[in-house]
Design a protein around this ligand. Structure first.
Ligand SMILES: Nc1nc2c(ncn2[C@@H]2O[C@H](COP(=O)(O)OP(=O)(O)OP(=O)(O)O)[C@@H](O)[C@H]2O)c(=O)[nH]1
Ligand SMILES: [Mg+2]
Length: 345
């Protein structure tokens, strides 16, 4: 069972700029003194917990984060500019570990929590800095300090935003495998999935966590099949995706028996936004498809999606519908949070 999103990131801070060796050379000024400026400091690497991020999916694509080097000092005692810092924006709740994955560096539990992970190298002093009564024309300067580098491990506990439910063999795990990097077991016999499996999904600009739950059957609330204990994972979800195997003959019955189980379980599952999808469209003859879709629509009382987890047909539309529900819920939670803050003494 994987309830953690993790990412390994290589980070490096900027090197300091070199100090400069220069002398004042101007008309009418003999023996102009040393005039080389200091190098700028290299950029630091920071991590900060920000709002509106829910997964570490970005760090699957961006595995290197580097701060900029400081610039070298220049003549006329001009100091080099400092290098820009680099910032890892991470979701609230992210823990940062050393490369061993065990030594905790930081736990960013609240929006705005920040930690400096690496310090940029100091800039070197220019020769102007070394001028003294005994050495009025130093011909040397400091090099900048090198930056630092290391590998860190980010970890985030995942909480499912959507629950995937349906009868055994409806194609739930196949769907999860298509839309995320999760690798659940898939097989043509019922109850292949024995424990909830999580995957991180990205569609357009929304990231969310999808939980593939073991198949439910009629009587699950009385312990038949695998029972319904894992429905607890759906309690905190913002939406439910109900998959129906379109190759089955009794589509409406399949739908209703699952709804019956949700009702028996209670805990508000019946009231959650529900996206219904007729799955395995690739294996249904065209004529039958329209009929089955109509039957399902009648059973659930709202529109249904048609898709295939195997070919990918219709999958993005389903993900967009889920993303829309999740966005609504996140907006609501945000308003609730800010209102609570306004009222805080
Ligand atoms: N033709 C077709 N077959 C599919 C599709 N999705 C799943 N299957 C097949 O249906 C069978 C069951 O798929 P799973 O993804 O394991 O189903 P599940 O809902 O996770 O099943 P449980 O874990 O047992 O509840 C497998 O043999 C899949 O290859 C689809 O879109 N089209
Ligand atoms: Mg499964």
């Amino acid at each position: 069972m994987k309830f953690l999103d993790t990412a390994k990131v290589y980070i490096s801070s900027g090197a300091g700029g070199n100090g400069c060796v220069a002398f004042r050379r101007e008309k009418f000024i003999e023996y102009g003194g040393p005039w080389g400026g200091d190098g700028g400091k290299g950029g630091d690497v920071w991590a900060e917990a920000v709002e509106n991020l829910n997964t570490l999916i970005d760090y699957r694509f961006q595995q290197h984060v580097r701060a900029k080097n400081g610039e070298g000092g220049m003549g006329k005692d001009m100091h080099g500019a400092g290098g820009d810092d680099a910032l890892l924006r991470v979701p609230v709740g992210t823990q940062i570990f050393e490369e061993d994955g065990e030594t905790l560096i930081a736990d960013l539990a609240n929006v705005g929590d920040r930690v400096k992970l690496l310090r940029g190298g100091n800039g070197g002093f220019g020769n102007a800095h070394f001028k003294s009564s005994t050495n009025q024309a130093p011909r040397f300067a400091n090099p900048g300090q090198p930056g630092e580098e290391k590998i860190i491990v980010l970890q985030l506990k995942l909480i499912a935003d959507t629950g995937l439910i349906g009868l055994p063999n409806a194609g739930k795990s196949t769907f999860l495998a298509r839309v995320s990097q999760a690798k659940p077991k898939i097989a043509e016999y019922p109850f292949t999935t024995l424990n909830p499996q999580l995957g991180v999904v990205r569609i357009d600009t929304t990231d969310f966590v999808l939980a593939d739950l073991p198949g439910l059957i009629e009587g699950a609330h009385e312990g038949i099949g695998l029972g319904d204990k894992f429905l607890g994972h759906a309690e905190r979800c913002g939406a439910i995706l109900h998959l129906i195997d379109g190759t089955e003959s009794e589509i409406a019955r399949a739908y209703k028996s699952i709804r019956g189980e949700l009702e028996a379980y209670g805990q508000g599952l019946m009231d959650k936004p529900e996206i219904v999808a007729l799955n395995k469209a690739d294996a249904i003859p065209k004529g039958a498809l329209a009929k089955k879709r109509a039957a399902l629509k009648k059973a659930c009382g709202h529109d249904v999606f048609v898709m295939s987890g195997v070919t990918g047909e219709g999958v993005d539309e389903v993900l967009r519908a889920l993303a829309k529900e999740i966005a609504k819920r996140r907006a609501k939670e945000k308003t609730a949070r800010t209102t609570a803050q306004d009222w805080a003494p």
